[in-house]
Design a protein around this ligand. Structure first.
Ligand SMILES: *Cc1c(COP(=O)(O)O)cnc(C)c1O
Length: 382
């Protein structure tokens, strides 16, 4: 049998582990920040009809530039942030914002180039960076998971990165960045600045989006996704807003026809039902604030969250707590700084199960019936 080591694999890929948030069949999956509310029956039907609508033309390639979808995404962003004034030439879409990030690195990173981020943050930024042959530099976030503008600028000036990643609200901490920090980095950065706003729709009232900075900042790229608030993780649709020249650059590296006709049709249908899909966001924010309050009342340390997850701790042995919860059917994420855990915000019922399980784990009670088959591994990513 051939092993990986026998293959003429790129040297820089040797010894790497594939990305892997555990995908386990558990009663309470609170580990990948999905929206817990599935599409309504009405939307399921509409999506089916949309897929049927393109099925008869699947012998042909799809619209390579996804123009109609990008126009819909621009219209959505303008309702989210009216000041953005976006148009189709300033919006680009791909199969999840991970593919967007990959295209950005293919165009602006690469061998001999550097990308810089502030960890703890989204683990795919350094992973996609490395796979693109780009050097990764981590300049840490502050103790409170924020980012002091002067320190951020100093890191940018020291490393002169071709690509800077700022995640706001940040995963896994939930921290939103003030625009001042983003503006300071934009002023200092010699390359492109990516503000990853995967969780923007969950931000608390009064927290501005970096979309408002696009005018006058031609090297700013704001990325978004339909995987989180939009409840469409399975559809794989990520997008960005930037100067039209940035999108011209991405056209050089994207694969032709990267977005299937089915993806485009499904995403457009979801956007047309945006009000329904985003209808759960308000409830999730309330549930988030409630779980933050509850955890604090229980004496835990909790990071302020503008997202649909909460980072809490601190645990001298977080693996034990993670396993204890899993033994009770509650799967959360072992991610971020070593003594912390992250729980995604689910339905009220799911959060009640989380609270009960956490109290039991803390109290040292043994689980009633450990569900079978939770051998689960846990990895330091997403
Ligand atoms: C989930 C997530 C994404 C990407 O999600 P896609 O499903 O690929 O769109 C991007 N950035 C952050 C910070 C995330 O947490």
């Amino acid at each position: 049998m051939t092993s990986l080591n026998d293959l003429p694999l790129r040297d820089d890929l040797r010894g790497r582990e594939p990305y892997g948030a555990p995908q386990l069949d558990v009663p309470y999956a609170l580990n990948t920040n999905e929206n817990p509310y599935p599409p309504s029956e009405r939307l399921v039907k509409a999506i089916g009809e949309a897929a049927m609508g393109v099925a008869g033309t699947l012998n042909r390639y799809p619209d390579r530039d996804a123009v109609a979808l990008r126009a819909d995404l621009a219209a959505f962003l303008n309702t989210d942030t009216p000041a953005a004034g976006l148009t189709v030439e300033r919006v680009w879409a791909a199969n999840g914002s991970n593919e967007i990030i990959q295209q950005i690195l293919q165009a602006f990173g690469g061998p001999g180039r550097t990308a810089l981020g502030f960890e703890p943050s989204y683990s795919m930024h350094p992973i996609i960076t490395a796979v693109s042959g780009t050097r990764w530099v981590n300049a840490f976030r502050d103790e409170d998971f924020g980012l002091e503008p002067e320190r951020a600028v100093a890191a940018v000036e020291e490393h002169r990165p071709d690509v800077v990643f700022l995640t706001s609200p940040n995963n896994p901490t939930g921290t939103a960045l003030p625009l001042d920090a983003i503006k300071a980095v934009l002023a200092a950065a010699p390359g492109v600045v990516v503000v990853d706003e995967a969780y923007a729709e969950f931000r608390r009232a009064g927290t501005p989006s970096a979309l408002t900075l696009l005018d006058g900042h031609p090297r700013l790229i704001v990325t978004r996704t339909m995987s989180k608030a939009f409840a469409m993780a399975g559809a794989r649709l990520g997008y960005l807003a930037a100067d039209p020249a940035v999108i011209e650059a991405l056209l050089l590296v994207r694969l032709p026809y990267h977005l299937s006709a089915v993806t485009q049709a499904v995403a457009r249908t979801a956007l047309a039902h945006g009000e329904e899909l985003l209808g759960g966001v308000e409830a999730l924010r309330r549930e988030r604030d409630a779980v933050v309050g509850w955890l604090r009342a229980e004496g835990f340390r909790v990071a302020d969250s503008d997202a649909n997850f909460v980072l809490f701790g601190t645990f001298p042995d977080r693996r034990k707590v993670w396993e204890g919860l899993l033994g009770r059917g509650v799967l959360i994420r072992e991610v971020g700084p070593p003594e912390w855990l992250r729980v995604s915000v689910g339905t009220p019922g799911e959060m009640a199960a989380f609270r009960t399980a956490l109290q039991q784990v803390r109290g040292g009670t043994t689980p009633r019936t450990p569900p079978a088959g939770f051998a689960g591994n846990s990895e330091e990513s997403l």
